[in-house]
Design a protein around this ligand. Structure first.
Ligand SMILES: NC(=O)NCCC(=O)O
Ligand SMILES: [Zn+2]
Ligand SMILES: [Zn+2]
Length: 484
C-alpha cells in the first residue's frame, strides 16, 4: 500500500522545491513530479516537511513525589497532533538504582507510544555500577546521550567531581553529555532564605533561580566538558547568561549546543505575578520564564545559529498536583507542557513574524537534533530511504489554543488563548496518517524505539583534536643530577 503526498512544496533544512513524495512500507521511496500511488493526500498550499523531533520530554516521570500526567500514549498523541513525530525521553535512575534497571522501566512505559521515540540516560549518582553500565547502555542499548542535573539538590543533582568522572567516561565511549545547568547549591540557599522571609508563592520560584545561577552552571559545564573532551548539549537554555556562555564556547571552537524551549521563547516572567495562584503555579518550571531581553537573546541565537534546537521539556502536572505547593513554592512540581503547541507556536512567532525562514524552522525543530543525536537522515529528512515521518503543514490554518480541545491529559494549557496560524493538515508517522485534517487517528503502540550509535563525526573530530593537543612530557637529553 503506497501513499503519495501531492501538490505540496517540500521544505527541508536547506532546500525548498516543488515535488510529490511517495511513501511505502514506512519509508520515503520516491520524490518527484506527478507520482502515483494507492492513496493520495492533497498538500495544495502546504509545506511538506520532516516531522518535528522533540528531544526533551518527561512522560510519566517520577518527580517531586508524584508522576507527570502525560504518559507515552497521551504525550505522543499530543506530539503528533502538533506535527511532532519523534520524542526523546529521559530514563531516570533513582539514587542507587542501576542504569539498566531504570531503562527497563522506561522500556515498559514506552510500549504505548503512538510515534517513534528514543531515550537519553540520566546520571543521577556516581559509582562503579554506573561506570560499568554506561558501556552497555551505549554499545548495546543504542543510547549515546547522558543527562546530568546540576540542580535539584538532594534529589537528582550531581556534583562537579561526579560530572567530570561521567563526562570522561562518555568521552571514552563516544557519547554526548547533556546538562540541566543551574547552580543547585545556590538555588537551595536562595529558596530557604525566601521561604524564611515569607516568600512562599510561585513568584518566589523565579526569584530563587535568577539567570546568574544558570549562566554560572553553563560556564562550569562547558569547562568540565572541555577538560573531559566530550561534546556538550545544554538543555532548556533560558537566558542570555547561559546563551552567552554557549555562544562564546562555540566561537572558541568547542562542541557545545544550546536548546531553548518554546515556553521561554514566547512566555515571560510576568506569568508568575498573576494574582491567581493556580495560574502562576501552573507555569512553575526550571529554569523559570525570563524577561523580554532574555527572550530576544534566545531568538537571536536561533537566527544566528548559536542556539540549535527548540524543544518543550514537556513535563505536565495537573492543577491538583501543582497545589501540593500551596504555602511552599519549593513543593510545586516543576514542569510545563508544550508538545502539541511547539511547532504551531514557533511557526506563528518565528516564521510568520520573519524571525525565522521556513528552512530554519525545519532545522531547529527537526534536522539539527537528528544530526546531533545521530539518527539523521533516518529522521529529520525528506530523502529517499528516510522514515516517512512527515508533516504536511498548512500555513493558513488557524486555531486558538485551548485545554478544552488539547490531547494532553492535564486540565490547562500554558498557552491558553493564544492564536496560532500554521498547523498540520496531515501528520505521518512512518507512513501511517496519524492526523488527517484535524482528526486524530493515532495507533497506540505503533511507536518504535530509535537506536542511536555512538562516535558521531563530532565525537571523532573532538577526540582527534584532544589527542593532538594533549599535554605531553618534554623529551630531554640529560637530567641534571640532584644534590651536591
Ligand atoms: N524543567 C522542569 O521544570 N521540569 C522537568 C525536569 C527538568 O528538566 O528539569
Ligand atoms: Zn531540567
Ligand atoms: Zn527536562
Amino acid at each position: 500500500m503506497s501513499t503519495v503526498i501531492k501538490n505540496g512544496t517540500i521544505v527541508t533544512a536547506d532546500l525548498t522545491y516543488t515535488a510529490d513524495v511517495k511513501v511505502e512500507g514506512g519509508k520515503i521511496v520516491e520524490i518527484g513530479p506527478d507520482l502515483t500511488g494507492d492513496e493520495a493526500l492533497d498538500a495544495s498550499g502546504c509545506y511538506v516537511m520532516p516531522g518535528g523531533i522533540d528531544p526533551h520530554t518527561h512522560l510519566e516521570m517520577p518527580f517531586m513525589g508524584t508522576y507527570s500526567s502525560d504518559d507515552f500514549e497521551s504525550g505522543t498523541r499530543a506530539a503528533l497532533a502538533g506535527g511532532t513525530t519523534m520524542v526523546v525521553d529521559f530514563a531516570l535512575p533513582s539514587p542507587g538504582q542501576g542504569l539498566l534497571d531504570a531503562l527497563q522501566m522506561w522500556d515498559n512505559k514506552s510500549t504505548r507510544a503512538n510515534c517513534d521515540y528514543s531515550f537519553h540516560m540520566a546520571v543521577t549518582w556516581w559509582g562503579e555500577q554506573v561506570f560499568d553500565e554506561m558501556k552497555t547502555v551505549v554499545e548495546e542499548r543504542g543510547i549515546n546521550t547522558f543527562k546530568h542535573f546540576m540542580a535539584y539538590k538532594g534529589a537528582l543533582m550531581v556534583n562537579d567531581d561526579e560530572m567530570y568522572a561521567s563526562f570522561t567516561r562518555l568521552a571514552e565511549l563516544g557519547g554526548i553529555a547533556l546538562v540541566h545547568a543551574e547552580n543547585g547549591d545556590v538555588v537551595a540557599e536562595l529558596s530557604a532564605k525566601l521561604l524564611a522571609e515569607g516568600n512562599t508563592g510561585p513568584e518566589a520560584h523565579a526569584y530563587s533561580r535568577p539567570p546568574q545561577v544558570e549562566g554560572e552552571a553553563t560556564n562550569r559545564a562547558i569547562m568540565i566538558a572541555d577538560m573531559a573532551g566530550v561534546p556538550l548539549y545544554v538543555v532548556h537554555t533560558s537566558c542570555e547568561d547561559s546563551h552567552e556562555a554557549i555562544r562564546r564556547a562555540r566561537m572558541q571552537g568547542k562542541r557545545v549546543w544550546g536548546e531553548p524551549l518554546i515556553q521561554h521563547l514566547t512566555l515571560d516572567e510576568s506569568e508568575y505575578f498573576n494574582a491567581d495562584w493556580d495560574h502562576a503555579a501552573r507555569r512553575v518550571m526550571s529554569p523559570p520564564f525570563r524577561n523580554k531581553q532574555h527572550q530576544d537573546s534566545l531568538w537571536a541565537g536561533l537566527q544566528s545559529g548559536s542556539l540549535s534546537v527548540v524543544a518543550t521539556d514537556h513535563c505536565a502536572f495537573t492543577t491538583e498536583q501543582k497545589r501540593t505547593g500551596v504555602g511552599d513554592f519549593t513543593k510545586i512540581p516543576n514542569g510545563t507542557g508544550g508538545l502539541e503547541d511547539r511547532m504551531p507556536m514557533l511557526w506563528t512567532h518565528g516564521v510568520a513574524t520573519g524571525r525565522l525562514t521556513p528552512e530554519e524552522f525545519v532545522a531547529v525543530t527537526s534536522t539539527n537534533i537528528a544530526k546531533i543525536l545521530n539518527c539523521y537522515p533516518r529522521k529529520g529528512a525528506i530523502m529517499i530511504g528516510s522514515d516517512a515521518d512527515i508533516v504536511v503543514w498548512d500555513p493558513a490554518k488557524e486555531k486558538t489554543i485551548s485545554s478544552a480541545s488539547q490531547q494532553s491529559a492535564i486540565d490547562y494549557n500554558v498557552f491558553e488563548g493564544q492564536k496560532v496560524k500554521g498547523l498540520p493538515r496531515y501528520t505521518l508517522t512512518r507512513g501511517q496518517v496519524a492526523v488527517m485534517n484535524g482528526e486524530i487517528r493515532t495507533d497506540e503502540g505503533h511507536g518504535e524505539f530509535v537506536s542511536r550509535a555512538a562516535n558521531t563525526t563530532v565525537n571523532k573530530a573532538l577526540s582527534t583534536w584532544k589527542e593532538l593537543t594533549a599535554p605531553r612530557p618534554v623529551e630531554r637529553s640529560g637530567i641534571p643530577v640532584t644534590g651536591v
